[in-house]
Design a protein around this ligand. Structure first.
Ligand SMILES: Nc1ncnc2c1ncn2[C@@H]1O[C@H](COP(=O)(O)OP(=O)(O)O)[C@@H](O)[C@H]1O
Ligand SMILES: [Mg+2]
Length: 363
């Protein structure tokens, strides 16, 4: 049987570019070479796409790959060389995007892939977009009866008018400590924990560097529990895992620098707690239009044992030591088979959607 041509899309124009590179390294290492011919689709810091033929290293494709573009029309040979550059058009069977944050995880890349008529791993345009936006996701989760921490939304313009007034009102309504977050963020970039209302205006201003819409949440004293979800119409939940940062909260340092952050797989929870959080994860995945994969992150309040949904990541970190693949490994699905399954799910979703009518026939 001919090998499936997979395009591994990585890098991207976001603060999570380097994280994406690490995930892509692991995926490349674990895609079964007897089944897949892997083409590298590197997106550089300026948003330019470069193609690396099978066998090229991720770094080489990023620095010196052939400049290509993906026309927003369904073509046979999807990736086209740009201008008079070298190389011939390349046809791919499925794309595996592992681009985090803006322009990767927020539905924009998915929109381009839809227009190009290509199957791709992960959630579609709508699911990716709502999962990326912490404020819209909260509204949908509340509607689905899934507990989230109390929050307020703040728009940049309100801060320009009266930052101090906004800060005092919010601290009054939500209490302290608080978490300030750009509505669209990842890797804890732009997030601050606030214990004194005086520090709030500055934290809000800092967060507007990353988004014009912010959320402020009540800070909980909580354990951090994560569940991996896999599937399309009938998603399945992994065993839960737990993250124990040595630092006060799971900030950028704790995620990528501090090696003493502990990942416990499975999380030490009772059977009842574990079932409860898995069920919430599946309901949240459906409420936020997930498909393919998603990592659902919870805060488990220490005092009450209650779970609050913190966020869903539609393209979670994917190195061998990342939570998402480790949770599936612990649930009985090793990394290479997890990749097979994600590609199958991408093809199945595309096949089903391709059968939808594009013309209205009467009668
Ligand atoms: N309401 C909260 N209460 C307690 N800790 C929180 C709260 N919100 C966020 N955190 C801490 O901040 C970290 C990052 O927040 P999160 O919303 O997950 O942003 P990101 O998308 O950048 O991962 C969490 O993993 C947790 O440690
Ligand atoms: Mg998070």
């Amino acid at each position: 049987m001919a090998k499936l041509r997979v395009g591994l899309v990585y890098g991207g124009r976001s603060v999570e570019h380097e994280v994406s590179l690490q995930s892509a390294t692991s995926i490349l290492r674990n895609l079964d070479p007897s089944r897949y011919e892997v083409w590298l689709v590197a997106i550089d810091h300026d948003g330019r796409w470069r193609l690396g033929a099978p066998g090229t290293s991720l770094e080489t494709a990023l620095a010196r790959g052939v400049p290509v573009q993906l026309p927003a029309t369904p073509e046979q040979n999807a990736l086209q060389p740009v201008g008079a550059g070298p190389g011939a058009p390349v046809a791919l069977d499925v794309l595996f995007p592992i681009v985090h944050g803006h322009g990767g995880e927020d539905g924009t890349l998915q929109g381009l892939l839809e227009l190009a008529g290509l199957p791709y791993v992960g959630s579609g345009v709508l699911g990716s977009a709502v999962q990326m936006d912490k404020e819209v996701s909260k509204r949908l989760l509340v509607q689905a009866g899934i507990p989230v921490t109390p929050w307020r939304v703040v728009h940049e313009q309100e801060l320009a008018r009266d930052a101090k007034g906004v800060a005092v009102r919010i601290a009054d309504e939500l209490g302290l400590p608080l978490f300030v977050k750009p509505a669209n963020s990842g890797s804890s970039v732009g997030i601050a924990k606030i214990k004194d209302v005086k520090a709030l205006p500055r934290a809000l201003a800092e967060a507007t560097r990353y988004d014009t819409k912010l959320i402020v949440e009540t800070g909980l004293d909580a354990r951090e529990i994560e569940v991996a979800v896999l599937g399309n119409e009938e998603p399945e939940a992994s065993v839960p895992g737990e993250i124990r940062p040595r630092r006060e909260w799971y900030d950028y340092e704790a995620k990528y620098v501090d090696e003493s952050t502990e990942l416990l797989v499975p999380a030490p929870l009772s059977d009842e707690e574990s079932e409860r959080v898995r069920d919430l994860a599946l309901r949240a995945f459906r409420a936020l239009e997930g498909s393919g994969l998603g990592r659902v992150d919870f805060l488990m309040e220490r005092a009450t044992g209650a779970f609050y949904l913190n966020e869903i990541n539609s393209l979670p970190g994917f190195t061998e030591v990342s939570m998402y693949p480790r949770l599936w490994e612990a649930t009985g699905l090793p990394y290479p088979q997890l990749l097979d399954r994600l590609i199958e799910l991408a093809l199945a979703r595309h096949a089903r959607r391709s059968k939808l009518e594009t013309l209205f026939r009467r009668g």
